[in-house]
Design a protein around this ligand. Structure first.
Ligand SMILES: Cc1ncc(COP(=O)(O)O)c(C=O)c1O
Length: 367
């Protein structure tokens, strides 16, 4: 007997999530110094972390012998102030992946189906399969999320619909009116998880109005993260904003201390570090233009992006990925997302973007 036989078929069938290749592993394999490796694979913030968060962390090191506040009172107070919601709307997560999983674990059974777009974030099928619920993957229009098709895919047994705006790994943005229309058209019995991991990178005129929708659509769960524009990916903080009844259920399922003490202290400071968030957004906007222009000069197509990454059609992506890796530049291959001709690159500083573009040009030209 294999120990694997003890797991239910849905667990045995899970394809493990493949993260961006770590710098340490790449350095070991290539015999390079870690400092010489450029990781542009996981949509991390090239500016580092909010300096206010770092300062707050230094002052919090004396408290580590104590359990964190399991209710997250201070962090919920800051989120409430910044986002104009109430603490009872909130569920804190160990990264927003935790929020996505909590949504699934709180509401789904094996008898339910879950709708999401093809080329949507890999964690949606993963958490669905971990429950044993059925995934319904909906074709995109080009690489754009097709809202009408998502609505049409909902069946009587559909309990949840995941949609990211903007989306990873395509970087595409869906107009907010279309998302409101989705909420108007799907049954209130379908929980709509709106993943706004990249929301801070949107220009002011495209900022999400979704929090205003929560009172009207109690089936809406909005997910946010501090891993991107706030630069706290390593600490793991995310949160859901939802109707109080939904949030209360998710809080019952949540592990009591799922967000650690340092993560909460840093998040409190980072959320109100508006200068850092704005700098992250503007450096990223310039980087998108820089990479877009550089890639166009190389004659390659990109998917227009509203995020902190850009997805480029390079043709033989596996080969180009390996060549970039050999040059010490880690990007993300997307074959696992059904996009074998594309590579996804995280926007870096101007200097990092220039190194990426030069390495890409060399990788394309190599015999
Ligand atoms: C669309 C989307 N949602 C959620 C996440 C999860 O981020 P985290 O768990 O770090 O908050 C990511 C990370 O890449 C993402 O791209």
């Amino acid at each position: 007997m294999s120990m694997k036989d003890l797991a239910p078929a849905n667990v045995r069938g899970i394809s493990p999530y493949v993260p961006g290749k770590p710098i340490s592993e790449t350095a070991r394999e290539l015999g390079l110094k870690e400092a010489d490796i450029l990781k542009m694979a996981s949509n991390e913030n090239p500016l580092g972390s909010s300096p206010k968060a770092i300062a707050a962390l230094r002052g919090a090191l004396e408290t580590l012998a104590y359990y964190p506040d399991g209710a997250g009172f201070d962090l919920k107070a800051v989120i409430s102030r910044v986002f104009g919601v109430k603490p009872e709307n909130l569920v804190l997560g160990n990264g927003s992946n935790d929020v996505l999983e909590l949504s699934a674990r709180s509401f789904l059974t094996r008898d339910d189906s879950v709708v999401f777009a093809r080329h949507a974030f890999m964690v949606y099928p993963l958490v669905t399969q971990a429950i044993g619920a059925r995934s319904i993957e909906v074709p995109t229009r080009g690489f754009e999320t097709d809202i009408d098709a998502l609505v049409a895919a909902v069946r009587p047994d559909t309990k949840m619909l995941f949609v990211a705006n903007p989306n990873n790994p395509t970087g595409t943005f869906t107009p907010w009116n279309d998302l409101r229309s989705l909420l108007e058209r799907v049954s209130p019995r379908v929980l709509v998880v709106l993943d706004e991991a990249y929301g801070e990178y949107l220009p002011p005129e495209l900022r999400s109005p979704a929090l205003e929708w929560i009172a009207r659509f109690p089936n809406l769960i909005v997910s946010r993260t501090l891993s991107k524009a706030y630069g706290l990916a390593g600490l793991r903080v995310g949160f859901a904003i939802a109707h109080p009844e939904v949030a209360e259920l998710m809080n019952r399922v949540r592990q009591p201390f799922n967000v650690n003490q340092l993560a909460m202290v840093a998040a409190c400071a980072a959320l109100e570090d508006f200068d850092f968030i704005e700098k992250s957004r503007s450096v990223n906007a310039a980087g998108l233009v820089q990479i877009g222009a550089g890639v166009a000069r190389l004659g390659l197509e990109v998917i227009p992006s509203r995020t902190n990454f850009i997805t480029i059609r390079v043709g033989a992506a596996a080969k180009i990925y390996e060549r970039l890796l050999a040059a010490g530049v880690i990007v993300r291959p997307l074959a696992g997302y059904g996009m074998p001709e594309h590579l996804r690159v995280t926007v870096g500083t101007a200097e990092q973007n220039a190194r990426f573009l030069a390495s890409l040009e060399a990788a394309l030209a190599a015999p």
